[in-house]
Each structure stands twice: as C-alpha cells, then as structure tokens.
Design a protein around this ligand. Sequence first.
Ligand code: DGL
Length: 246
Amino acid sequence: MIGMCDSGSGGLTVLSALLKRKPLCDTVYFGDGKNAPYGALSAAQLHALAERATSTLTVRGADELVFACNSLSAAARAGATGNVRYIEMSLPGIAALATKPQSWRGLYIATPATVAARLLDPVQVVSLDFLPVPGLAEAIEFGTYDTAETIVGEAFASRRGKQYDGLVLGCTHYPLMWTRIEALARESFGNIEVLDPAEAVADEVVKQFVTDGQGRLQFFLSKDLPHFRSRVEELFPRNQYSIEYI
Ligand code: DGL
C-alpha cells in the first residue's frame, strides 16, 4: 500500500493528482502538524522527521512511500527511508522541466528549507530563479488566505521587472490557493504558466508503484488541523476515509 506524508494538508494536492489517475488506490497518509511548518526546519531536523514519517507509515501497512512535501525531498534522497522504496517531489519535477525549451525561464517558489537544500541547482535544463517564501505554507494550512495573499504579493514584488515563462509551485501547499497565486503572478509578470510538480510525481507513482485497491484513505495526524477534514471532503468526495490522531 502507498504511504504519503507531509507537514499537514499540502500532500493532499499530490494525493489528488494520484487519485485522478488511479481513483481506487488505497493510501495511508501522515500529516505531521505537530512539527509544522517543515519549511522553517534544518536539514538535520527534517532528516529525523522523514525517518519518523517512514516508520509511522510502514507500521500502518505502507510498503511504498511518496514524500508529498518538497521540504522532505533532500532527507528522502539522503537515505531517510532506509530500504523502503520512495518517490519524492524534486526528481520528477526536474524531469518535467527538462521537457521545456532551454530558453525557458521559471520562477520557483518554495519554503526556505527547500530553497536551502539546493536540490535543483545542478540541473541546467532551464533557468530557474529560486524564491523562498517564508510563512506561506503555514498561512495556507490555517486558511488565513488574506495573509497568504500579502505574503505572495510581497514575494513577487521582490522580482518586479523580471520576466518569466513559468511559475513552479515548489511546495505542495501552494496549489491549495492556485487561482489566487496564478492571478497575482499574472499581475506581476504578465502571461505566465503555472506548474505543479505533483502531476509529474503522480505519473511516476503510477509507473513505479502498486496503485490498485478500493479507494480507501486512512489519514493519521499528529495534531488536529482545522481545515484538514473539509479539504479531504472537498478533494475526495467519493472516497471512504478515516482520520485518526496519533
Ligand atoms: N508542503 C510542504 C512542502 O512541500 C511543507 C510546508 C511546510 O510545512 O512548511 O514543502
């Protein structure tokens, strides 16, 4: 069974991309609100949390993992899952960017931890401008969208006058306010395409992992998150699900 993890609701956007392709995929999901926001943590802290997420999910029956959190990508790639097979956000994301023409210029927004991990730096497929956006994932998690809009507006203002072909959403929380982020990006940079690496990640999961089942979703949260249940119901109206606090 597939196990998925994130600091909270962000990974639901990756689960949604997966279930659009494989609606009957059984999934066990760990949302670690107690230690959120992950994007403000050090590499060593994230490594320990990735190890903990691995054991939390494997003891509950997961044998293939999806790190539905960019901030955990470096830890996963550095071996935090031991022998358990995993897919994280960065490599499929890079592969998707490699299909763009070399002249393509992207603005990559992500948490400070993801930008600091510099996982995408060595990949010279296209030119990317990395912009850390502190506080945005947290504002989205807690549904404070006015604050989130201010944060995004200020972040884009720091790049005023620059030109991009695309905006990469390098944190799995960001697609939860896709429409607003896209509108703000268009105001700042004109006609820009918005890319969510979750699409490429979901394609990889379908290629590499067992994705059949009965569409049963089990969610385990380390802390109650106020918008988690309503997001599950909105994104997966046809799935049977359970939420437990651990
Ligand atoms: N959704 C996560 C990511 O993709 C983590 C956000 C956070 O907790 O800071 O980076």
